[in-house]
Design a protein around this ligand. Structure first.
Ligand SMILES: [Mn+2]
Length: 334
């Protein structure tokens, strides 16, 4: 459906561009890359950002404001949502269709839900940032617009873990080279994304690693993070991002898991649920486990959120894993 998206980009004038809920570098980087592209072809493009942008991504926002609500009376020719595969990830206050116009999804995940009127999806792309470059080419631009290069590079570096994951293809590295040729500063991006941690985040890492338990004969490592741990460390939920990778890092582990006590705010106040983040070293498909627990994701990275306590989530996760890894021997604390 890329042709339809290109037609809308050419014929429309005013666009809204949104990220998925709790924006990450790929979602925000692709959104900013697309916004700069639409502006380069003479269109109006506005970033829809109803949530706060994590500190590690603030460097992308230097020249961008974003709006948290659509001004009364505004109508868009289309609204683009970047890097989204599940309905639950539609951002808060997302405008109704009479305001948004047709919704165009630009993504690289295997779709979990049916979202959007027009889908531009390439599951072979390492990042949605790569799909944006495809749009740039289809629009007939001969280069990546200035201002789009750094956000697109950030999107790709982030989703490939610094060009390390199996999703890194020759085309990914060629695109990386092209972006560097356009003047992107690789260390600036890597430093902001990976190498600049607040003290509270290091304290949180230490606390999370202290909970690490080996299970299923060393094939699975399970960690947890509770509201109390976050409070003690002075940390917030954004800082939990990526922590699950430390569980996978243990030698011999096939699956790393993080149980994350999650505060849900709704009309009735707040209550606790549990997110489960899963990472595989590559041989085992964690999206099967997440899928069986009402979630989804990729082979190597998947997640779910369940309306149960962290203890109950731990039990359900182990029951699901036992279908693949045999019965769990008594847990040995690392
Ligand atoms: Mn992505």
């Amino acid at each position: 459906m890329i042709d339809k998206a290109i037609e809308i980009a050419r014929n429309g004038q005013r666009f809204l561009v949104a990220c998925h809920r709790r924006p990450d570098a790929d979602s925000l980087g692709s959104a900013l890359g697309l916004i700069e592209t639409l502006r380069a072809i003479g269109k109006e493009a506005t970033l829809f950002m109803p949530e706060s942008v994590p500190d590690s991504l603030q460097f992308l926002m230097e020249n961008e404001q974003g709006i948290s609500a659509v001004p009364d009376g505004t109508r868009y020719d289309a609204t683009w949502i970047m890097d989204i595969a599940a309905k639950a990830l539609i951002p808060p206050n997302f405008p109704p269709s009479e305001v948004s116009g047709p919704v165009i999804v630009v993504d690289h995940h295997h779709a979990h839900d049916d979202i959007g009127d027009i889908i531009v999806r390439d599951t072979s792309a390492s990042a949605t940032g790569e799909v944006v470059v495809r749009l740039i080419e289809e629009l007939g631009l001969d280069s990546i617009p200035e201002g789009a290069a750094t956000p697109i590079y950030a999107a790709i570096v982030s989703d490939t873990g610094g060009f390390r994951y199996a999703t890194t293809r020759p085309a990914t590295l060629r695109l990386g080279a092209r972006l560097l040729e356009q003047g992107v500063d690789p260390w600036h991006v890597a430093y902001q994304l990976f190498e600049r941690w607040e003290m509270a985040r290091l304290r949180l890492l230490s606390a999370i690693i202290a909970t690490l338990e080996m299970a299923f004969d060393g094939q699975v490592a399970i960690m947890r993070v509770t509201r109390e741990m976050l409070a003690i460390c002075g940390a917030d939920d954004d800082m939990v991002e990526g922590m699950v990778n430390y569980a996978r890092r243990v030698e011999g582990v096939e699956v790393g898991a993080l149980l994350w006590e999650w505060e849900v705010r709704d009309g009735a106040g707040t209550h606790l649920e549990t997110k489960i983040s899963l990472r595989s070293r590559g041989d085992f498909d964690v999206s099967k486990v997440a899928g069986a627990l009402d979630g989804g994701g990729h082979r190597a990275a998947a997640a779910t959120q369940l309306p149960i306590t962290i203890e109950e989530a731990d039990t359900r996760l182990r029951a699901e894993l036992s279908k693949y890894f045999g019965s769990d021997s008594p847990a040995a604390h690392a």
